[in-house]
Ligand binder design. Structure first.
Ligand code: HEM
Length: 472
């Protein structure tokens, strides 16, 4: 049986019905009408949206070996030459496994411990900047992301957002966005167009692709060449990249190994920058709106830290309430409401429905994290959902851990999740131990938690409103 879904035109399918704003909400409504797994179609492409815990677990996790490919973008992967990036590489490509292994071991607990002093130092700098000027909330948080990532990936120190390495990394993500813009490139619907010669009238897309490819080749070589030079000069800082390049037996990586290391290192900024900024912005905004929750997290910190001590690695396990706040931020304001799309590589069947080979699979993480059966009263921000000894609902069972969904699925799940979590927790601990965040009271304006808005994109950001950050 074919999967249910909204009726579309014979040729263009449902192209005209795809929502431009917060599509996860529309998909969630459609799932009430068509069921938790439904499909829709655009020119030559089939999309399947998974809206339930059961569906993502069964298909993306248990059948990960066939559900972990990425949908093809001829413009970005082929013409612009980004098909081998960690995010885009086909799960059938032999490097996919090598990337995953390298990223997992490269971002493991010992990496996190090694970079703990950096995380702690940047957390206190961020806290200080927020106290001095809370009007630049987003820029201050961005600087924290850039500083941590560039230092831990390449051993490179960033002190402002105008830094060359940051502008290079940001240009990379802007080009990626333009090359992936849905419906923008005809070649994505008619792949044969890629063989049109670039001088041919109307082949502007090929000239554009070549320009971007040249730019990418340059941009991706900048930080990598820098680390290699530092190592050659014998004065490098320990980093993700240096750990892979400098070997105990003094051997040199092969050209192929170097290419793999460069793709993996390049993925860290792309994976970390926007996601951690989104999570931390949501945290600050949600603390502004929920003073009682904020004070409870501060009371927990005060108890563990005593007077004057700053939070450290070993404290994190003694801060269950702060841990619950982190989980609730991920649930209430998912960083990637639709994670990233996957592709199924062969025909399959689910609950008697036919899943056609090559369909793009969209996990509706937002719908899962706002399903009232799993998370009663889903639009209320309430960290107690994740505590066994809730004060206000002592008998309520602990709710499902949102980290199982917020970081994606199967052989594509986020390799930086452990690092991200420790990094966010130390930032949150440092901010709350030293400051109190409150609404901009002069204006007497208070945003109703239900009116919070989010931007639409691969990562979604909370709409920022002004707040006060004052030293405690
Ligand atoms: C709160 C922070 C973060 C969230 C919510 C998050 C979430 C995600 C999600 C949803 C995916 C897509 C998974 C899928 O396709 O099923 C992903 C992929 C990825 N993330 Fe993260 N991430 C975060 C932080 C980080 C950090 C700090 C790093 C690196 C240091 C990182 C590196 C990556 C990489 C390299 C991928 C691509 C994996 C692949 O395609 O095989 N992420 N992340």
């Amino acid at each position: 049986t074919p999967l249910p879904g909204p009726k579309g035109h014979l040729f263009s399918g449902n192209t005209h019905q795809i929502p431009k704003k917060e599509p996860w909400r529309t998909y969630s409504e459609w799932s009430r009408k068509y069921g938790p797994v439904f499909q829709f179609r655009t020119f030559g492409r089939n999309f399947i949206v998974l809206n339930s815990v059961q569906a993502v677990t069964e298909l993306l996790e248990k059948r990960s070996s066939i559900y972990s490919d990425r949908p093809m973008s001829w413009m970005l992967f082929d013409l612009v030459g980004r098909g081998k990036s960690v995010f885009n590489i086909s799960s059938l490509h032999p490097w996919h496994r090598r990337y995953r292994k390298l990223l997992h071991s490269g971002l493991n607990t010992s990496f996190i411990r090694e970079h703990w002093p950096l995380l702690q130092e940047e957390a206190s700098k961020l806290t200080q900047r927020l106290i001095e000027d809370s009007s630049n909330l987003e820029a201050n948080i961005r600087l924290n992301a850039a500083a941590v990532i560039m230092r831990s990936t390449y051993g490179y120190t960033v002190s402002n957002l105008k830094d060359d390495f940051i502008t290079a990394a940001e240009e990379t993500s802007q080009i990626t966005g333009k090359a992936l813009a849905p419906g923008r490139w005809l070649v994505d619907s008619f792949p044969l167009l890629r063989f049109v010669p670039s001088w041919f009238p109307g082949a502007d897309f090929k000239r554009q692709a070549l320009e971007w490819k040249t730019r990418f080749d340059f941009l991706s070589s900048v930080p990598y060449t820098w680390v290699k030079n530092q190592i050659a000069n014998g004065k490098f800082n320990n980093s993700f990249t240096s750990r892979l390049l400098v070997r105990e037996d003094d051997s040199y990586p092969t050209a192929e190994e170097e290419e793999i290391i460069n793709w993996c290192a390049g993925a860290l900024y792309a994976g970390a920058a926007d996601t951690t900024v989104s999570a931390l912005l949501s945290f600050v905004m949600l603390m502004t709106l929920h003073p009682a929750i904020q004070s409870r997290a501060q009371a927990e910190l005060d108890l563990v830290l005593g007077k004057g001590r700053q939070p450290s690695y070993t404290d994190l396990d003694s801060l269950p309430y702060l841990g619950a706040v982190f989980k609730e931020v991920l649930r209430f304001a998912p960083v990637g409401p639709l994670a990233l799309p996957h592709r199924v590589i062969r025909n399959d069947e689910y609950l008697g429905f036919h899943i056609p080979k090559n369909s793009t699979i969209i996990p509706n993480v937002w719908a899962i994290l706002h399903d009232e059966k799993t998370y009663p009263d889903p639009f209320t921000f309430d960290p107690e959902r994740f505590l066994a000894t809730g004060e206000s609902h002592p008998k309520r069972p602990v709710q499902m851990d949102p980290r199982a969904f917020a970081f994606g699925f199967g052989a594509r799940s986020c390799p930086g999740s452990q690092f991200a979590e420790k990094w966010m927790l130390i930032n949150m601990a440092s901010i709350l131990a030293n400051c109190t965040i409150s609404p901009f009271s002069d204006l007497g304006r208070m945003v109703n938690p239900r009116d919070i808005e989010f931007t639409t994109g691969i990562t979604s950001h909370i709409h920022v409103f002004e707040c006060n950050v004052s030293k405690r």
